[in-house]
Ligand binder design. Structure first.
Ligand code: MSP
Length: 516
């Protein structure tokens, strides 16, 4: 059995979650569910990044203690993940004791291995922003937000000897020993090495809200370094149990934080004597209705509201189907209703209700025993069998949109007919509603073909729309997919043509997606 450990970034708590956070978390959920489906032992970690100035400021603005504030926003994240049916195995909060203890061990190891040294940190500090600014961020020598000259601050900090490890990290990325995906992201990261990389400070004196450096309590551990550590603190680094899951199979994020993940993080791991992650996947960054998402523009989409409007499964579908996974894109809110109606309510929902209706009315829900050799007509079986291959091929390669494309026919990339179009056309061309009156035997085969195809399509759709899968299974008279999986010899046997759909009672249930 293969192991599959997948992580998302841990999100900042300076504000409540938006669809950017939901996008990554849903994508990771799809990959985690896919790997569970094909039988891999899977662990999915997400969580919240709770220390640092940003959070302390946000808490202050709300006149709350940082910890109380963190508790509140972190709970909103957890509530949202429940609402979106995220199947994470663990949720790490960096203010948890288990994380703090693990960070202590981690820093002790870095110190013992000689990867840290003390030096002066000199930077331009803007008290308005409560952060260091670079020369390039200044306008006429002033902070543009506060129209104030920053203060030159000198403090003694611990530095990490990044330079000792960059060459090794670079080589590992070049040789794909650390896969940085997609190819564009790898190029971007390799470009960063050319610019030169300096040792960086891993503690701060002026920051108050964080984990103190053990043995030098005036120093607070830099929030990014401590946050990256979550990926192993959560799986038991402190007790040594992390080796069950580490190294992660894939660490997912958007490209905004790739430098931290593809360079600093592997370097730190090498310094600790740990393996770097196997894959860093940076998906694209999206705008909303053509503009960067921002509160002032009022275009921030709240995923919780979206889920109330469209339902959980449709929200998951709509978010990941908008643009190719791994590329930048734009989320056009006005397309949601149209896509919901055409892809989900019509293409999938109507197909199921048409065929279950016919079978319920004309066969009392039961097609009886069928000679499998006669089934799979008009390229139906061929298309489903090809789909079984494509399903794995696409999801093994993080091509979530391509997978949805061959089922629903998104985008214009493949002109090939989508599986659902093929099935809908099959009903049209055979005029099933008339055929069932004129030639019941022929109609039995058509009904079987569509039901069996829907069973397999529903299995593929489980990672994206788990509740919809089970609604389909119920109408087909089958147990939930999880129950089926428990009994099946393998995933392949589960999606083999002809393995299920005879004998059980088909019922016409409620429509899968009510038209909007
Ligand atoms: N706390 C750090 C991560 C530490 S990980 C050790 C952080 N948090 S964040 O809340 O800002 O989350 C950034 C991540 O949110 C992105 O990498 C991406 O996964 C997701 N996204 C936020 N906005 C997004 C878009 N507009 N588009 C795509 N992904 C988005 O950085």
């Amino acid at each position: 059995m293969n192991k599959f450990y997948i992580t998302t970034p841990i999100y900042y708590l300076n504000d409540k979650p938006h669809i950017g956070h939901a996008y990554t978390t849903i994508a990771a959920d799809i990959l985690a569910r896919y790997h569970r489906l094909i039988g891999d032992e899977t662990w999915y970690l997400t969580g919240t990044d709770e220390h640092g100035t940003k959070i302390a400021q946000a808490a202050e603005a709300q006149k709350m203690e940082p910890q109380k504030y963190a508790d509140k926003i972190s709970a909103e994240y957890q509530k949202l993940w429940d609402q979106l049916n995220i199947s994470h195995d663990d949720f790490i909060r960096t203010t948890e004791k288990r994380h703090e203890l693990s960070v202590h061990k981690f820093f002790k190891i870095l110190k013992d291995k000689g990867a840290l040294y003390k030096d002066k940190y000199v930077g331009l500090y803007c008290s308005g922003c409560e952060k260091f600014l670079t020369e390039t961020e200044l306008v006429d020598g002033k902070c543009s937000d506060h129209n104030k000259e920053p203060e030159k601050i000198e403090e003694e900090n611990y530095f990490f000897k990044l330079k000792d490890y960059v060459q090794k990290v670079k080589e590992m990325i070049e040789k794909d020993e650390i896969k940085v995906l997609p190819a564009k992201a790898k190029q971007e990261v390799l470009g960063l090495f050319k610019q030169g990389l300096e040792d960086f400070s891993v503690t701060r004196e002026h920051v108050k809200w964080g984990i103190p450096f053990p043995g030098d309590e005036k120093q607070i551990i830099y929030v990014w370094v401590e946050a990256l550590h979550n990926y192993i603190s959560a799986i038991g680094y402190e007790t040594g149990e992390h080796t069950k899951w580490w190294p992660a199979e894939v660490q997912l994020m958007a490209k905004d934080i790739i430098k931290f993940h593809a360079i600093f993080w592997p370097a730190i791991l090498l310094a600790m004597g740990e393996k770097p992650p196997k894959t860093i996947f940076a998906h694209g960054f999206f705008t909303v209705n053509g503009q960067k998402m921002s509160k002032s523009l009022g275009n921030v989409i709240d995923p919780a509201i979206m889920a109330t409007q469209y339902g959980t499964d449709a929200t998951r579908y709509l978010l990941v189907s908008q643009f190719p996974f791994g590329e930048d894109g734009d989320i056009k809110e006005k397309l949601f209703v149209e896509q919901y109606n055409s892809h989900l309510a019509n293409n999938l929902g109507n197909l199921l209700s048409r065929v279950t209706n016919i079978v319920a009315k004309n066969f009392q829900g039961n097609l009886g025993t069928i000679d499998i050799k006669k089934t799979g007509q008009q390229k139906i079986k061929e298309s489903i069998e090809q789909g079984n291959k494509l399903f794995k091929q696409y999801l093994d390669n993080y091509q979530i949109d391509k997978f949805l494309g061959f089922v629903f026919g998104l985008g214009g990339e493949t002109k090939q007919q989508s599986v659902l179009d093929l099935l809908n056309n099959y009903i049209e061309q055979t005029k099933l509603w008339e055929l069932v009156k004129s030639d019941k035997d022929a109609a039995t085969i058509v009904c079987y073909d569509v039901l069996e195809s829907l069973r397999i399509v529903a299995t593929w759709l489980w990672p994206v729309m788990p509740t919809t899968t089970d609604k389909i299974m119920t109408q087909l008279g089958l147990p939930t997919l999880e129950v089926q999986l428990g009994k099946a010899k393998s995933f392949d046997s589960l999606v083999a043509w002809g393995s299920k759909a005879t004998g059980q009672k088909v019922t016409k249930g409620e429509g899968l997606f009510q038209r909007l």
